[in-house]
Structures are given as C-alpha cells and as structure tokens.
Ligand binder design. Sequence first.
Ligand code: ADP
Length: 463
Amino acid sequence: MNPRSIRFRLATLYAVILTLTLGAVGVGMWWAVRQSIHDTVDSDLRGRLAAMRGFLSKQAAEGEAGKLGEELEEQSALLPAGAYFRIADREGRWIYRSKGTEGWSPQLPQDEPLTERGKAQTVVVNGDPVRVLTAPAPGGVIQIGIPIDEFFDMLEDFGWTMALASPLLLLVASASGYWMSRRALEPVDEIARTAELISAQNLTQRLPLRGTGDELDRLSGTLNGMFERLESSFRRMAQFTADASHELRTPVAIIRTTAELARSRPRAAEEYERVLGLISAESERTSTLIEDLMVLARADAGASQLTMEPVNVAEVLRDVSSDVKVLADSAGVQLQARESVPVFIAGDEHALRRLFLALLDNAIRYTPRGGKVDVSLSVGRSGEKSTATVEVKDTGAGIPANDLPHVFERFYRAAKDRARHTGGTGLGLSIAQWIAAQHGGEIVVESEPGIGSTFRVRLPVQG
Ligand code: ADP
C-alpha cells in the first residue's frame, strides 16, 4: 500500500470524513435521546404538580390543617416506586417530606426566584439520577422527584452501542472505500502499462478504449490523439531525413564522378577548366540545398524565430525584382515589376525577401525564352482586415493539374527532369509557404499548362 497513491489517499479521506460524520451523528443522537427523556419526565412531573396544586388549594379552602399530614401520606403512596414529593412553607421550612426522604439535604433552588412553571433539574440521590421539579404551590413550595436511572441506563447502553459499533463500521467502510477506489483506478494502471510500451520504435500502439465514455476513456482518447500526432510528426521527420539524404547523394555523386573521371588521364587545360566549372556549379547547388534543408529543419524544430517588425512590402518586392533582373535578362524573359504605394506589414524582411525570391526565381526558371513575368502588389480590404496581395504571374510552361496540389510539398517537382535541369531543389515553395504562414498569410497558385502560372501571396496588413 503506497501512502502516496491516489487510492490510499482517497480511502484515508473517506475514513476521516466518515469518522467525523459518525462522531457528529452519535453525539447528536445521544443528546437528542437525553433531551427527549427530560421532556417526557418533565411533562409527567408537571402533570403531577398540577394535581398536587389542586389538592393543596382544596385542602387550604377546607382548612382542615390537622388532617393534612395524613392526606399527604395517602397522596405519597399513590406515587410510582421511587418517586417522592416534599412541601416547604414560604420560609423554606419543610412541612412534609415523603417517607425516606427526610434525611436528604435541602434541594430547593436558592439562587433564583421560582417562576410559576417551576424549575426542573437532574440531581443525584444516593448515586442515582433523579429528575426534580420545584414549583410554587399554595402556601409555599412543592418539590416532586422521579428517579430516571432506568432512562439513563438506556442512554448509557445506547452510548456504548454507538461507541462499539462505530470502529467496526469505520473499518468496514474504510476497507470498502479502499476497494472501491482501487477498482475505479484500475484502468489507470492499465493506461500506464500500455503507455510504457509505446516508444519511438513502436509509435503505432494505441491505448484500448473500453467504450464506457467515462473520464478515463476520455483520457485514453486524448493520449491516443497525442500519440497519433507524435507518430505523424515522427514519420514526417524520418521521411524528411530520408529525402534529404537522397537529395544530397546525387550532387555529391556527380561531383565525385566528375572529378574522378577528369583525373583518370591527363587532360588539356580547357578540359580541366570545364570540369572545375561543372564541379563548382554542382557544389553551389548542393550548398543551396543544404541551406534550404537547414531552414526547414529549424522551422520543424520550432527553433527558427522570425523577428516581426514593420516592413514595407513594396520596397522588398522592388529590391528582389531588381536583384533577379540579371537572371531574367540572361534567360531572355521580360520581367515587369509594377510600382506600388508603400504597404506596411508586420514581418521579417529577410524571410519575405526569401519568399519573393523563390517565386520570382521559379517564374523565370520555368518560363521559356521570350516569355514574360509580371510582378504586382495590391491591397484589398474585407471588413476590418486589410490584405496585401503579391502576385507573380508568368507565361511559362504551367503546372499540370495533377501536380498542382503537390507543388508546396517538400522535394516535390512537377517535371522531374526539367526541374533537375533547371537546378531547383524542390524545397523553394515549401519554404515560401512556411514563411507566408508565419506571417499569418497564405500562398495560392493557379496554373494552366502551356499558358502560364500565377502565384499569389496574401499577407495581413498591419493596423
Ligand atoms: P524547385 O526547386 O524544383 O523549383 P519548388 O518548391 O520551388 O522547387 O517548386 C516545386 C515544383 O513546382 C517545381 O519543381 C516545378 O515543377 C513547379 N513550379 C514551381 N513554380 C513554377 C512555375 N512558375 N511554373 C511552372 N512550374 C512551377
């Protein structure tokens, strides 16, 4: 029995509450029974008092003082066994005392004046409790006593029964409390046991649902949901690592074989120049890939914190457009960047630059010579919210409808050979989408093969 277990603590709490309740009920009942004994005896005493008063007034009216003693003796004989009465005059001197009570010390209440109702008290006479009523009567004071030892014996028996039965009751109740909490908490042990079995190697395991719909079933359901999420993110991570290694293998293999091939026999200087150029281009591509992978890995780990500051999107877009102008020129693509009024959003300038660069770079790369890339920025308002929309529209190859839903996925390339040829990593749009989401925005794409594609980035405007 572990004293820190919920089971033990529940049972203890239950026992403590039960003890207090039993104690309170026991004392309360004992007191109520005692009160009821007094009430019964007192009402009996009052009845007798009324009769005695009647008798005494009659005697006083008839004035037969000489016979009073005898009459009182007769009255006394009518009392039940052990009962008695005594009469005192106004000065407190005994006029009459029932037989056997002569030696008793005076029990007239001295401290307070007697009211008409009289005063009832319990006194001990010869070791036995007696209920005594003292009240004014014609010509003095009358005192009637009835022994209540039988009642008190009953009360005592009741007290003993309570005192003896309580610990037994307590023991039974505590044991059943412990048993009940043990039963109620049994599923928790099972949950803990199963949860222990679930590890990184075994994330498919789930906690069994008992279908009771109770709190513990809900807990199992919540934990299962958590395992589900863990499993899917674990799987994504494993997939990412596998994809990343796969992607890195190709360029490294190209670099190695190119170098080995070049060294296999002596070559002319121009040949070396060409091979080194190839190696350098492939290394550059690999560097970009590694950098992209790091951005995504950091994003996954939640370690990549963007610093949000007021940024003029129009200015960032203008800078990026002018940076890629050379690229467009060399690709024979006409780049048209429309001027816009300043639009401020809460954003990370470096990340936004990367986002726009990815879109423009794609648009130029996937547009054949003689094509056109159009960049524009507009602000729309719906209700309270303003949204900046950056549109990058090209007249390129377009994206086939079945590829369209996947272009934002990691490592996804619509036309694999072409993408490889164009030097992409398949990560540009994933990163762009992550950046847009970090800004509370989104990217959508529309594309028609052979006509061109339009990427729209929607970002919430500040204030
Ligand atoms: P990549 O580095 O291969 O360009 P991205 O994530 O940037 O990777 O893009 C994913 C894929 O989406 C690309 O391989 C390409 O097939 C397609 N794509 C992206 N932008 C365009 C575009 N403007 N025109 C046509 N296809 C595009």
